[in-house]
Design a protein around this ligand. Sequence first.
Ligand SMILES: [Fe+2]
Length: 271
Amino acid sequence: MRTVPCVWVLLLAAAPARAQEEKPREAAPPYRFVHITDIHFEDSGRLDWGVRNAKGFGEFVAFMNETMKPDLVVLTGDLVQDITQERPFKDLPPTEHVSQLRKFKEALAKLRAPCAVVGGNHDWTEFEEIFGHRNTRHDGPVAFVGLGLKHTNRPLGWGVFEDADWLKKQLDGESIVFLHHPLDFPTFQNPGAVRKILEDSGKVKLVLQGHLHGFRDNPQKGIHYVTGPMFGTKGNGFLVGEIHKDRIEIVRWGREDGPWKPSGKPHVIAR
Ligand SMILES: [Fe+2]
């Protein structure tokens, strides 16, 4: 512990009471997180729009580093396109997909903010090979708990969440859960079982998800199921969340021909 010189102690003791009144402390800035989903990165040159998405993601990283400076970036899958599932490219080996995931990871490594990432149905089991995990957790003012599915049917993207015990252990305090497949829309085997764990915990007010390629906020039983806009299309949309003492505010961001801008009123979720 630092000691205070004695002379300063005497001066402070003699100072008028008004001078000792503290100025009102400025409120701490809210914790800011960004949610980006469905990037469908593909820089091999085989798809014009895939190259555009790869370029757009590089610009997103620069925008985060230079302007937005969030405390956390949450990515909810379909990081890459996986053209090995598309007709003219079906003869390409799965290594092509792995190569794109590696390139995406290299692009993501340029992000200065911490990131929390889960895979989507276009990322498949190779996601774990590259990123080293299926589920993940990042601790901020609340816990960000990321869920990954075990994929059971590659062409259709069907899957199942098999880590219920792990999830229950993570919900030890206020949490934001994030995953690719919506919990409020039937796109995998057991969304109802996962929803029940979240409801029973009483610790979750917000779920961030992707896959539907369009924004929506669907509150059910006190939990907001918020689906992010598709990044990998015109507008390069994403969500910006701010965690205040009593609420979470979520705003959509996008761009036309100029820089990214917010649009619409914030979605306010009471804590
Ligand atoms: Fe997608």
